[in-house]
Design a protein around this ligand. Structure first.
Ligand SMILES: *[C@@H]1O[C@H](CO)[C@@H](O)[C@H](O)[C@H]1NC(C)=O
Ligand SMILES: *[C@@H]1O[C@H](CO)[C@@H](O)[C@H](O)[C@H]1NC(C)=O
Ligand SMILES: *[C@@H]1O[C@H](CO)[C@@H](O)[C@H](O)[C@H]1NC(C)=O
Ligand SMILES: *[C@@H]1O[C@H](CO)[C@@H](O)[C@H](O)[C@H]1NC(C)=O
Ligand SMILES: *[C@@H]1O[C@H](CO)[C@@H](O)[C@H](O)[C@H]1NC(C)=O
Length: 561
């Protein structure tokens, strides 16, 4: 969650840098098929299409304060923020910003930090509330941050902010609002941010619940009693419905038929198409039934592991922090890889499922092992590679078309794996316990349902993730075909971007498991944007430079992570 932003921002910063140098700004070719737009609407469910910038970020239109604007869909975080039109500095945007007319300020600012002290980015602005919604579903008085100062580059990716779909305990806004609530006489919240220390995310996004411990930082008797009584009530958990993230509050207000959202990510690079780009809210994807999915329970974090303390009335409750599931093994081209020696052996292997991460991230020693099996840092793009994750007894391969990036412009002789190194798990409640973060390459290959279960009493209905592998049996052959086509053409694999649609697409066909497809299968001719060839070329060139930069960056990052 941390380093991914750094890489993403580096990537996008570089794209923009290239454009500025050429004096042309940023030109992303828009490729659109003839698909009919419909807003799917049912009582308690909605479905909306996803935008996709070069398969690096996926975004969704969110309506906030009366404007509809694209936000990055991020299952690795739980905060909602949008850049305000009072933004300071260079906030030139091709997307609508938050207009601030109906903003109800909470009286405090938030500083959301990504990355570490060497490589971080920040987003800063006041916390407040307004009406917010996605597709046909909306809630009143949703807390979010109206960002006025940021050095992230979400705007350059065609997004105005981030929609975190994780659980309340990792939300910086929820913790800060709750902390303010517990330290004042509700309902007035008067302190400005300097009254509260920055949330401790500068070196790690792992949440701290110290403010819920009376012995810590609560010096005075009456405050101590007050906090104690609040802790002993169910108010902390009940505040999910007041200060919690958008999807959490939709669930708490019984707006959704089921407490589930599902994603299917389209492919806009290498071989455009794949699954339809869709976020389904309150239901699984159209045509997909529960028993088609492999359901896996989320990891819950005990207090000793740094988890959220349960209410005294229900001490048996253990809460999830992130969308993290157990994983048995990792396979590469038919070889079962050794477990990482970097993680403490008594931590069971698990993976974060993260829509906001554009790569597959794992332990340094295992990533090195994969690289040595490939034979070098790069491989022939026409060579299908098979990285598979064994989860609940089943293998979930990454489609070979999603495993690679073209390394150099005008040549498909060299491709690089979509891999990076991530932090290793930490014991004793000092960090997350997952060793892998499975980002967009995995999510393009696997349809995913995020089931929140019972948010307040997880023992009653455990949170879980449902997975359905959608990699077609001819994926390797398709890779060979598109590489051959690129060789016969200008030597570049296809890449494109599409804006977040306001409705959902009516799929013209279905693929493996009955999953709706992004485009009709066109085996003879890969889709190209005909009248944007120069900007397409331009983008692919700068994109390739940038991809090269990503890997340089990863190497530079290693000492820090
Ligand atoms: C929003 O507008 C109010 C009133 O005009 C102003 O006080 C406040 O600073 C603005 N906030 C932001 C985030 O722009
Ligand atoms: C963004 O701002 C932070 C300070 O909040 C700084 O430490 C960081 O280096 C900046 N990052 C970039 C990419 O400019
Ligand atoms: C990928 O590797 C797994 C594990 O060895 C194997 O079961 C599967 O058949 C392979 N898939 C392809 C398409 O080669
Ligand atoms: C795991 O092992 C470490 C020592 O390597 C120990 O300190 C820790 O308590 C163990 N954790 C569990 C959950 O067994
Ligand atoms: C969650 O569980 C609690 C305790 O059993 C129950 O009162 C509550 O209604 C459940 N919530 C939902 C949404 O089912």
């Amino acid at each position: 969650m941390l380093i991914k932003w750094f890489l993403l921002f580096t990537l996008l910063h570089s794209i923009v840098g290239d454009g500025a140098a050429a004096g042309e700004g940023l030109h992303l070719p828009l490729y659109r098929t003839e698909r009919r737009r419909v807003v799917k609407r049912d009582s308690g469910t909605a479905a909306i299409g996803l935008g996709d910038v070069l398969d690096v970020t996926y975004n969704v239109l969110v309506e906030i304060g009366g404007v509809s604007t694209p936000l990055v869909l991020d299952s690795g975080s739980a905060d909602l923020w949008v850049i305000s039109d009072s933004c300071r500095g260079s906030c030139t945007a091709g997307v609508p910003l938050y207009p601030n007319r109906t903003f109800q300020e909470a009286g405090m600012d938030v500083h959301i930090l990504y990355g570490d002290s060497h490589t971080g980015t920040h987003a800063f602005g006041p916390i407040g509330k307004d009406r917010a919604g996605i597709a046909s579903l909306s809630v009143q008085e949703q807390y979010f941050a109206a960002i006025i100062d940021t050095n992230t580059t979400v705007l350059e990716t065609g997004s105005a902010g981030i929609l975190g779909i994780g659980f309340p305990p990792i939300s910086v806004l929820w913790r800060q609002l709750l902390q303010a609530h517990l330290s004042t006489q509700p309902p007035s919240i008067q302190q400005r941010s300097n009254h509260f220390p920055l949330p401790r995310t500068s070196t790690s996004p792992f949440p701290s619940f110290d403010f819920l411990q009376p012995h810590n930082s609560r010096p005075q008797g009456h405050y101590l009693r007050q906090v104690d009584s609040l802790r002993s009530s169910t108010q902390v958990i009940a505040s999910f419905g007041l200060y919690g993230p958008l999807i959490t509050r939709m669930i708490q207000q019984h707006l959704l038929t089921r407490p589930v959202i599902a994603t299917s990510l389209q492919r806009d690079t290498v071989d455009i198409g794949g699954n339809v780009g869709l976020l389904s809210i309150g239901a699984l994807l159209p045509g997909i039934s529960d028993d088609a999915l492999t359901w896996v329970p989320l990891r819950a974090y005990s207090v000793a592991e740094g988890g959220l303390p349960p209410p005294i009335e229900t001490p048996e409750e253990v809460y999830p922090l992130v969308w993290e599931i157990p994983m048995e093994d990792v396979w590469f081209n038919g070889v079962k890889l050794q477990r990482s020696k970097l993680a403490p052996p008594n931590i069971t292997l698990s993976a974060l499922i993260d829509t906001g991460n554009s790569l597959i991230r794992g332990p340094q020693d295992v990533i090195s092992e994969i690289q040595s099996l490939i034979g070098s840092m790069t491989f022939d793009c026409a060579q299908p590679q098979n990285l598979s994750f064994q989860i609940a007894g089943k293998l979930f391969p990454v489609d070979p078309r999603d495993f690679l990036h073209q390394t150099f412009a005008d040549s498909v002789d060299f491709c690089s794996p979509a891999l990076a190194v991530t932090d290793q798990p930490k014991l004793g409640g000092t960090g997350f316990l997952f060793g892998w973060s499975l980002g967009d390459p995995f999510l393009k290959s696997v349809l995913t349902a995020f089931h929140y279960g019972n948010l307040t009493h997880p023992s009653q209905d455990p949170p879980r993730i449902g997975l359905l592998s959608t990699v077609p049996s001819n994926a390797g052959d398709r890779l060979k075909e598109v590489v051959q086509e690129a060789k016969e053409g200008d030597g570049n694999l296809i890449m494109t971007s599409e804006a977040a649609p306001s409705g959902t697409f009516l799929a013209t066909s279905t693929g493996v498991g009955g999953v709706p497809q992004a485009t009709a299968v066109q085996p003879q001719q890969p889709p190209r944007a005909p009248d944007t060839s120069s900007s397409s070329q331009y983008t692919s060139l700068s994109h390739l430079k940038v991809l090269h930069l990503i890997f340089v960056t990863i190497c530079l990052c290693l000492p820090f992570i």
